[in-house]
Design a protein around this ligand. Sequence first.
Ligand code: PAF
Length: 281
Amino acid sequence: MKILRTVEELRQWSRALRCQPGHTIGLVPTMGALHAGHGSLIRAARAVCQHVAVSIFVNPTQFGPNEDYARYPRSFDADCALAAAEGAEAVFAPSVEEMYPTGAATFVEVEGLGSRLDGASRPGHFRGVATVVAKLFLAAEADKAFFGQKDAAQVALLRRMAADLRFATEIVVCPIVREADGLAMSSRNAYLSPAERAQALVLSRALRHVEELAAHGERRASVLVEAARAVFAGEPAVRIDYIAVADWATLLPVETAAPGTLFAVAAHVGATRLIDNAILN
Ligand code: PAF
């Protein structure tokens, strides 16, 4: 597997392959600390693209000043092994200087969406995400890019950005991958102590309860939110950041859930902020 360090190397790699008739490129953007959720994205990319590159870049601009940029898990060798085992042909692992040259002053701001849900709790976060993903799209010139539904607000933001900037890269969203007990896979799960790991199950428990209510016909957002709150109340150590019933395209709150409505939760378990969601049907 090739390790590419510069934008130019990635661009050349992609162009050399794409100029062969019928050869397509899949890009899986990540911040490393790869787990089975990332593995599923790489497999999804392999299933529909001839060549797959995984980017591994802990993007400083999407972390707030008091967030976990410095301690974000970094496991480059293990990440490369997982990417190769899942069938990636290249890993793009640039330096911060490569992605943000000295004096970098250009950022991508998705108005409205950028300050909703996680964007409201983490000011500036989505500006950093949109900026780095735009840079990755421009560098990789991929046919398709693969993201997990777990970051549902990020998906909405990136879909808007890709449409607005008319990127040729198609965004493909893959289902949430869960541990056997329901916890959504996340690189940040590594921060949880055994006690917190048990408490964290309240997120998926609340979502399952809401999905059952919706399946039985409950559509009122206020009732679904209260039902989720009641489940969270059983785990008082976990602090809710938000519980939202929103249109998945705009991230604006809805009063009545419809098929495709996003039900999203974010909560602090100890010092770790976790997110999870369900698309109601
Ligand atoms: O979802 C992530 O891991 C990151 O937000 C992304 C899309 C790789 C951008 O840094």
